[in-house]
Design a protein around this ligand. Structure first.
Ligand code: SF4
Ligand code: SF4
Length: 189
């Protein structure tokens, strides 16, 4: 049930100010994005049209705490199909950016573990110029599943290591200073 007293009419403007969120107000709710979405095809809890509709209605908290906003696979099929030129992938990215800020401020809790993985991945690329599989995967398991969970994945890691598919130490690329400079340029923090 929608409670008008809980709606935030400014939410759509907040999203449209984020990079990629500009066209959200052009959505006329046609469902073209959802019928072509490969994620919706395997998980009906993910519905991009619904996310946009709720956002336009001002259901800010419900959208920002919706676990499904982390399911988008960024394939851009929806953008190809949208008659209104709404960059749904980037609108979802804008919503995620707002959710992360709100979580950092302690205003909401994010249950999904994708942001944890994304941050570890980005830190790894910032430091090494590429992702350090053993370090990122191990830390991710520890942070999301605890020591017991991480130990449970150890045999798989060991098997990959024995086959030469996983390196214990990170491999840095040449020119990591350039990578750090790119991060500094695009950092929005
Ligand atoms: S295809 Fe475009 S206009 Fe149609 S519901 Fe999706 S975002 Fe809105
Ligand atoms: S970009 Fe996201 S919302 Fe769009 S079709 Fe792909 S998975 Fe679905």
């Amino acid at each position: 049930m929608i409670k008008s007293s809980e709606l935030d009419p400014n939410f759509k403007y907040e999203i449209s100010k984020e990079p990629g969120g500009e066209n959200i107000k052009k959505c006329f709710n046609c469902t073209g994005c959802t019928v072509g979405c490969p994620v919706t095809e395997i998980d009906k809890s993910y519905n991009p049209r619904m996310i946009l509709r709720k956002s336009l209605l001002g259901m800010r908290k419900e959208v920002l705490t919706d676990d499904s906003i982390w399911l988008c696979a960024s394939c851009y099929i929806c953008f190809e199909r949208c008659p209104q030129d709404v960059k749904i992938t980037e609108v979802v990215g804008a919503i995620r950016a707002i959710a992360l800020r709100e979580a950092r401020a302690g205003n909401i809790k994010i249950k999904n573990t994708k942001p944890v993985f994304d941050n570890l991945f980005i830190d790894s690329v910032r430091s090494n110029g590429r992702w350090y599989e053993a370090g990122v995967s191990g830390t991710f398991m520890l942070k999301t599943k605890g020591v017991g969970g991480a130990i449970g994945y150890a045999p798989m890691g060991l098997a990959l290591f024995k086959k030469g598919k996983l390196s214990i130490l990170p491999h840095k690329i040449k020119g990591t200073d350039e990578i750090k400079r790119i991060f500094e340029e695009v950092s929005t923090k």
